[in-house]
Design a binder for this molecule. Structure first.
Ligand code: GDP
Length: 464
């Protein structure tokens, strides 16, 4: 290869579009987990071309696999996006706590609605979140296989299957589908069955499907591909060889590696020898990558064999990063690769993003611990509304120093730790037993705040 060829190749590489990041939301039991499992499963059994690649915290379905699964619905030559990256943890919590540069980390969302159950509180909540973050979405009208008299038509586009149903089955399904379309309209979205939608940024496409039988899933993938190809190309045009930017999903201890961060990379690349800046409890952490770890397919139980080391990953991807000093890294925090950039600029970038999501604190108040930055922020908002002052708010499990800090409060009602979705370290439990500090724990924010408010009422009543 001549130099010019090599240059042309590397320019083509760096001009490559990244994979759109897809999140799955919806009410509990409407089928989010099953849908993700089935997408992974059918992609695997489809098998040949690209299959899927399992990432940390995400699953990549390459374009070839999408087109194999979607048959006539996706002609790969119409696309220059590499495929779709599904975030593995469904639900609002992961959607709202995972951000990129102030926006949502996910580029597109799938809102799963059980056709029999229709709109439920978390469906509406999901739509509000998507509206607020300006995230385009499609609706998966799930569980159509439960329609009485339903006749599946394997491997055909769902429109065809839908049109071939007996009148009875069709009208039963239509009743449910049009209720969903009507409820979407009540929420301010003009929606229709996806094959009648012309412009997916103006109208919400509803895809009737079954996460169990997988009919309609090819259509869903085709709609997601088409939507991103047509309307999100600019957003996907990142330099996938440039210094990477990502969001921390989780901070985890791994045997042999110490503290590691699971990261979704949405821009650029990370290499095995990069210097990185990661958002931490006490500010940006500057460190150097020790290893980039991908899950090993069909991993053996032996922990040290669970991962393969790789030299580089490119956006969009999920990756585990092992590096020194990561103990105080925070879930939901930004991560940046330094490489040829001025390190001060990178630190400042991480600092300013952290500041956006930091919680202001008072001289006297309660201690708050939460599992991610986003949930910490949500807790702080809920407490502000309830007029509860906060002395300290941090991401992480309840540790002895939290007990020490909480015990310094002057008022009994402030000698309190509120833990959202966190564990209590065993040495902190001992300290709690020996102190006057009271711990409240829950994984539902309003219940946690309510529990605390009841406690305050009790104290005040006793004092009267
Ligand atoms: P999640 O809470 O939204 O993640 O819901 P799950 O994926 O756990 O599904 C809840 C229940 O609905 C499980 O018992 C699933 O087997 C069932 N389910 C999910 N999708 C379908 C579907 O398409 N058809 C049928 N018949 N059952 C489904």
């Amino acid at each position: 290869m001549s130099d010019t060829d090599a240059d042309a190749a590397s320019t083509a590489e760096s001009n490559a579009l990244r994979t759109p990041i897809v999140a799955v939301l919806g009410h509990v039991d409407h089928g989010k987990t099953t849908l993700l499992d089935t997408i992974r499963g059918s992609a695997v059994s489809e098998g040949e071309a690209g299959a899927i690649t399992q990432h940390i915290g995400a699953t990549a379905v390459p374009l070839e696999t999408v087109s194999e699964m979607a048959g006539d619905l996706v002609d790969p030559t119409d696309f220059d996006l590499p495929g779709l990256l599904f975030i593995d943890t469904p639900g609002h919590h992961s959607f709202t706590t995972l951000r990129s540069r102030g926006g949502a980390l996910a580029d597109i969302a799938v809102v799963v609605v059980d056709v029999n159950d229709g709109f439920q509180p978390q469906t509406i909540e999901a739509l509000e979140i998507l509206q607020r973050t300006g995230t385009p979405f499609v609706v998966a009208a799930n569980k159509i296989d439960t329609t009485p008299g339903w006749n599946p038509n394997d491997g055909r586009p769902i429109q065809e299957t839908y049109e071939k149903q007996s009148q009875n089955a069709r009208s039963r399904l239509d009743e449910n589908l049009y209720e969903i379309i009507g409820d979407l309209s009540d929420e301010g979205f003009s929606a229709d069955l996806y094959w009648r939608v012309q412009n997916f940024t103006k109208n919400v496409g509803v895809v009737p499907l079954s996460a169990i039988t997988s009919e309609g899933i090819p259509d869903l993938l085709a709609v997601l591909m088409g939507l991103s190809q047509r309307y999100m190309k600019e957003q996907m045009a990142v330099d996938v060889t440039g210094p990477g930017a990502g969001t921390v999903l989780e901070v985890k201890d791994e045997r042999g590696f110490g503290a590691t961060v699971d990261v979704v990379l949405y821009d650029g690349s990370v290499r095995a020898d990069d210097e990185i800046v990661v958002g931490g409890i006490d500010g940006p952490i500057v460190t150097e990558v020790r290893a980039l770890l991908q899950p090993r397919p069909n991993a053996e139980i032996r922990v040290e064999k669970r991962f393969d080391k790789v030299d580089e990953v490119r956006a969009a991807a999920g990756i585990k990063i092992a590096a020194p000093e990561l103990d105080d890294a925070m879930a939901g925090a930004p991560i940046r690769v330094v490489r040829d950039r001025d390190i001060e600029d990178v630190i400042e970038e991480v600092e300013s993003e952290l500041a956006e999501i930091q919680v202001s604190t008072e001289e006297e108040g309660v201690v708050v611990k939460a599992d991610t930055l986003g949930s910490l922020e949500a807790m702080a908002n809920a407490l502000r509304e309830a007029e509860v002052p906060i002395l300290r708010a941090e991401v992480g499990d309840v540790a002895p120093r939290d007990v020490a800090v909480a015990s310094t409060a002057n008022e009994e009602k402030h000698r309190v730790i509120l833990g959202f979705n966190v564990d209590v370290l065993s040495n902190a439990e001992t300290e709690l037993d020996e102190s006057e500090v009271k711990l409240f724990e829950d994984d539902v924010i309003y219940q946690l705040v309510e529990g605390y408010e009841n406690y305050v009422d009790e104290i005040e009543r006793a004092q009267q």
